[in-house]
Design a protein around this ligand. Sequence first.
Ligand SMILES: [Zn+2]
Ligand SMILES: [Zn+2]
Length: 145
Amino acid sequence: MLQCTAVTSVPEIDALVAMVTMQGAPGDPPSTLYLLGDMVLCELGEDEHTEHAAMICMANTDEPQALWLFWTGEGSTRHYALEERPECPAEQHPGSGRGYICVLFDKHPAVHSWVVTDPLGTILRIQARGEVDRLFRKYPEGDPD
Ligand SMILES: [Zn+2]
Ligand SMILES: [Zn+2]
């Protein structure tokens, strides 16, 4: 299943306040926020969900949890909330130590994260692989100098 294509801007001040006050706050909230970038992409599968969701940062807690941005609408009709949520406990092959763990929040709508593919990420990987192949053909000795 493809990933939802909804994007939104990060509400920086509210996100910083939430990060500073959350349980297991990151050590350097401004840097964590800077690394996140200005815009976030909904991490849910494209099947029906009423609220989009993007992880802002993981928490340093015993039980895995993270700060999530939930939103509906866009522009002047956008409504959002920042909430700490425990991690989804699902594993692709429980107990086997193989396969993927779900990186979404507990009780998320839609499918687990290992079912979701990011079409943009796939396109970028294909382009990067093509560029590496091109460089290897151009410099077969491995040294462009
Ligand atoms: Zn979405
Ligand atoms: Zn899940």
